[in-house]
Design a protein around this ligand. Structure first.
Ligand SMILES: *Cc1c(COP(=O)(O)O)cnc(C)c1O
Length: 401
């Protein structure tokens, strides 16, 4: 049937989830492809001593740069997404530096901690958590105060699912001479992203989100300006593991700051190759996300956001009288599907369906919505419409347009 344009050809890995028979529909980690799991089981040598590994690593970084339209350097770091965020702040921040922390979500606000840890002075620019950052309002703020070394912003803040217009925010900041650090861990490969055109100085991504590799790696793009700022520091970077400057000459020197997790990087490369081969990727994300929202709203559920919906995750308010744990528990034990609740200020308040990367396919999302409808009915919530049907119909309507 025609809807197969919203499907993916890649075989998902039954082996990876076989033990628990759980379908992973969380906003990261997501389902991994079989060939990614196979690549991780490939034989490896000593990455520090094997010259061919430096070539493989560099070639993989160059592929990332090409896909992301970055003329700067790319480094793959041995650690989760959080390491990328911390490394950006560790490498740029000197004691006393003023840093603008754009806060319209939990990860957005979280940057203030990294800035403080490295003795910078975070200045929070707080805005509504239910909508994207208003670029005009930000400009008015910057007209009054723009003496910041760099600013941090989240492309897509996963706890709320808000998508920020980094294509406008980062050039604006740049016009005031402010460097930008963008957490695009969930945005990357789920949304349009053009590092050079958006003038992003450091962009951070993660293996377990839309790229659909297992958790364990982060990768960062570093612009010429960001590299210069690191090299012109008056004080040394106050971290070894999170020091991006330490990677600068890895290829010439044939030296990594620490032993690279070769198996993880083999898997990551295969996931990236899969993604490059999947030319329908971003379109499918957009259509599926929009059809999911239509289905949930038609059923009488409430979206957390008022505006600015990401294509990677959909966040709904827990219906009155129900608890998130009841819904999550029944989804898992009754239907073998893992979706997510939330944490921090949104703990217990919302439920999140992750439809990014390999999860962004018509079959799995339809099954998830079908199960969610049944679970809510079991719990006494009256769904006003069949979510699976509305989801499928909306996708069909997209195809006609
Ligand atoms: C997942 C995610 C991260 C990284 O979190 P980890 O637990 O390190 O994987 C950072 N920022 C955002 C917006 C994320 O969605």
């Amino acid at each position: 049937m025609g809807l197969d344009i919203f499907d993916i050809k890649i075989c998902k890995s039954p082996a990876a989830i076989k033990d628990e028979k759980i379908k992973l529909m969380t906003p990261g980690p997501v389902q991994t492809a079989e060939n990614v799991m196979e690549a991780r089981s490939r034989a490896f040598t000593n990455p520090d001593l094997d010259e061919s590994f430096y070539d493989f690593y560099k070639e993989t970084c160059d592929l990332f740069a090409k896909e992301l339209h970055s003329s700067g350097d790319v480094y793959i770091l041995g650690g989760e997404g959080i390491l990328g965020l911390e490394a950006a702040c560790a490498s740029l921040t000197e004691p006393g530096d003023r840093v603008l922390v754009i806060d319209n979500g939990i990860f957005g606000k979280g940057f203030a901690d990294f800035v403080s840890i490295y003795q910078g002075e975070p200045v929070l620019y707080m805005c509504d958590y239910h909508r994207p950052v208003d670029v005009n309002a930000l400009k008015l703020f910057l007209d009054k105060d723009s003496s910041f070394k760099y600013a941090t912003v989240v492309h897509s803040d996963t706890p709320s699912g808000v998508l920020n217009p980094v294509d406008k925010i980062c050039p604006l900041l740049k016009s005031y001479g402010i460097l930008t650090v963008v957490d695009t861990v969930t945005g990357m490969f789920a949304e349009e992203l053009d590092i050079d055109a958006y003038m992003i100085d450091i962009a951070c991504g993660g293996s377990q989100k839309a790229l659909s590799a297992p958790p364990g790696l982060t990768f960062v793009t570093v612009s010429k300006d960001a590299m210069e700022a690191m090299e012109c520091r008056n004080t040394p970077v106050r971290s070894f593991y999170a020091n991006l400057l330490a990677f600068k000459t890895y290829y010439e020197d044939k030296w990594f700051p620490y032993t690279m997790p070769a198996s993880c990087i083999y898997g990551l490369r295969t996931a990236l190759d899969n993604l490059i081969a999947d030319t329908n990727h971003l379109y499918r994300h957009k259509c599926i996300a929009s059809a999911v929202r239509r289905a949930l709203v038609a059923a009488g559920l409430e979206l957390y956001l008022e505006d600015g919906y990401a294509s990677s995750v959909t966040v709904i308010n827990v219906p009155e009288g129900l608890e998130d744990s009841q819904i999550l528990g029944r989804m898992r034990t009754g239907y073998g599907i893992m979706i997510a609740g939330c944490f921090d200020i949104l703990a217990g308040k919302v439920i999140r369906i992750g439809h990014m990367g390999n999860n962004a396919n018509v079959t799995d999302v339809a099954e998830t919505l079908d199960a969610l409808g049944k679970v809510l009915t079991e719990l006494g919530f009256k769904c006003k419409a069949g979510m699976k049907e509305i989801f499928l119909n909306s996708l069909e309507a997209e195809m006609v347009v």
